[in-house]
Design a protein around this ligand. Structure first.
Ligand code: GAL
Length: 426
């Protein structure tokens, strides 16, 4: 694990993910009202259903045992990748009505909340809960912004995964256990599926899911270093190689379901499970969804997105202590749960992700996570833009609106211009 983090953080450091400057945070533990009168701990996430809710429930079960003075209050807002939750949270924070704690992605996204003075320094809790020993030093170094740490990471997810249906792929005699070697090879397989009568070989969904497909194609075509440079100004987003990759993304989308702008990622996964589509490209919360839907292992396969088998594109969910949040003592107990060995196990065994702690035992985890743990140690680690590791909230807003436009207009020139504007550091 230690080796994995140090590899990750070399890239994280290189893109300056966590190198945002904090300003004006105060550890205002007196705010949030009278703790004795209000023992509710409002936990804001977008983990409202299925495998995501199962993961949250795992954390809640440990919280209920370890934090008996407090009551968990579920403030989840449904919608993949926080598509609805993030706006609700922004409004609540703006109105100075923060929850006790909220979910935020480690990296540039968390940097937004730090810059806006919306989250408190939790470095003292690291010492109090022994997190300074539980997480690898390289992680701690990189979570530290101007000598302070602002969140407790719960997990590591992988973004660049394709989930495939052997039953559908069989229609075109395609071996579902083997990843196509490149984006071109994948396009060729999708064409075969189309010829075999599969109308939408690829199932995808609105906004962030299409963004993930685009990122996977860019990663495959540009390689990990150039890809990472797209989000930190080191790679020219206006370059001809980016144009060529976006043309391939356009081709890939031409094999996707026509209703993609009207559905969310669990719907796209159902298209695969029900035999309507051959593939969906989605983060490994899919493993949790399959578990929760009791889909047998034999009904699907998974592999890294074509052309990215050497890369682990990561994101990490973490929990914060919002400035002026309700019942900060209860929130601290939530953070203790999130960082604990029991909490990370209860959460990650159900969530499809792997623990951020370095002391977890792979044998405690389902088959998928065991393979992810091994890959985390051996692959090149690159950050996800769609899930806030590499990109800020504002950058993602711009990319998502460009993505909506692209999905219907399919104009590569317009998309690339929007990406160039979005990639500029704010
Ligand atoms: C991500 C989040 C994951 C999962 C996913 C789909 O942004 O980090 O934990 O919830 O969205 O909703």
């Amino acid at each position: 694990m230690r080796g994995g983090w140090s590899k990750t953080l070399a890239v994280v450091g290189a893109v300056g993910l966590l190198a945002v400057s904090a300003c004006g945070n105060s550890d205002d533990s007196s705010s949030g009202g009278d703790a004795a009168a209000n023992k509710d701990v409002t936990v804001f996430t977008w983990w409202a259903d299925g495998g995501e809710k199962a993961g949250l429930d795992g954390l809640v079960s440990v919280f209920n045992t370890e934090c008996k003075d407090y009551k968990f209050v579920n403030s989840a807002v449904a919608g993949g990748a926080g598509s609805n939750a993030k706006q609700v949270l922004a409004n609540d924070l703006q109105a100075k009505k923060p929850p006790s704690t909220f979910q935020a992605h480690a990296g540039a996204e968390l940097g937004d909340y730090i810059k806006n003075a919306q989250v408190d320094d939790v470095s003292d809790l690291y010492k109090e809960f022994g997190l300074d020993k539980a997480f690898p030093q390289t992680l701690l170094d990189n979570l530290t912004v101007d000598g302070k740490i602002y969140s407790v990471p719960a997990n590591v997810h992988r973004a660049n995964v394709v989930w495939a249906s052997p039953a559908v792929l069989k229609k075109a005699n395609i071996d579902a256990t083997k990843a196509p070697a490149s984006v071109d090879a994948w396009i060729a397989d999708m064409e075969k599926l189309k010829q075999a009568g599969v109308k939408a070989p690829l199932a995808t969904s609105k906004g962030f899911a299409e963004e993930m497909v685009m990122e996977a194609v860019l990663l495959a075509e540009l390689g990990p270093e150039k890809f990472t440079g797209l989000w930190n100004g080191k790679t020219d987003m206006a370059g001809a190689d980016v144009t060529a990759a976006l043309e391939k993304f356009k081709k890939v989308l031409s094999y996707a379901n026509a209703d993609r702008e009207a559905v969310d990622w669990p719907d796209a996964l159902q298209y695969v499970n029900k035999g309507q589509s051959g593939y969906t490209l989605m983060g490994d919360w899919v493993a949790a969804q399959q578990l929760s839907d009791k889909i047998p292992d034999s009904a699907y396969t998974y592999w890294p997105a074509p052309g990215t088998s050497g890369d682990f594109q990561f994101l990490a969910d973490s929990f914060t202590l919002p400035t002026g949040g309700q019942d900060p003592e209860g929130a601290k107990c939530w953070l203790k749960t999130v960082g604990s060995a029991e909490g990370q196990k209860a959460f990650n065994t159900k969530k499809g992700s792997i623990p951020a702690r370095s002391d977890a035992s792979p044998a405690d985890y389902p088959k998928y996570q065991q393979s992810a743990m091994a890959d985390w140690k051996s692959k090149t680690i690159v950050p996800s833009c769609a899930h806030g590791a590499a990109c800020t909230l504002g950058q993602n807003d711009s990319i998502l609106s460009a993505m909506g436009q692209f999905s219907s207009g399919l104009d590569v020139g317009t998309l690339q211009k929007a990406l160039v504007a979005a990639a500029k550091p704010s």
